[in-house]
Design a binder for this molecule. Sequence first.
Ligand SMILES: [Zn+2]
Length: 233
Amino acid sequence: MSRLRDDRRMPASAALRALVAETGAFLLAATCAGCDLPGTLLCDACRGELVAAPVALRTPAGLSVTAALPFDGVAARCLRRLKGEGDTLLARPLGAALASVLLPALGDRVHPVPIPTSRSAFRRRGYRVPDLLVSRAGAEPWRLLRHHGRHTDQRGLGVRERVENARGSMRVRARGRGARVLLVDDVVTTGATFDEAARALSANGFEVVGAVALAATARHSEPRDDTSTTRRK
Ligand SMILES: [Zn+2]
């Protein structure tokens, strides 16, 4: 306590106190992303809901994907806040959930490659969600992919449309010479985006060992009416 009182004379600590007061006011204005409890960005109960419960799936082309959580409940609400409302502090608990599927999959000389963010989404948010999650999970993102062309939003599209829409949507910045990479995205639906990323990377000499996502939508487990995906080898 006496140290605090001494510090009070220093301008630097006055600035720090003002910052602490502002942060406190900010937290008082905040509500839990999971349950709207006031005074916190994420309450303990909701934090407990972000313990990974891995979901395994396959993309239309057969790439294996592990997602840390199903895309529902607290995880879905936190992701919407992170993506839609700029609550970047939520990247830390979400990154911790991602870490439990990402870090074991990285192993020996496998590098995480985030799915690229469209230029308009980056301009809107000021950050790239997959890259941020990889960093918060404790890994270093390899930004090998960049968004290209007139690729539109995948939302609302069926499996076949997603495959068509994703085709040619990414460019690779470097030659792989056999380097091993793991794809990472925030949400996986059908996996068509992962397939296109894997196709582009493989064509440039990278070996894609698999893919991980923070959350998987329920869509992949729906009965498939699109026979073209089952006919493919
Ligand atoms: Zn809560």
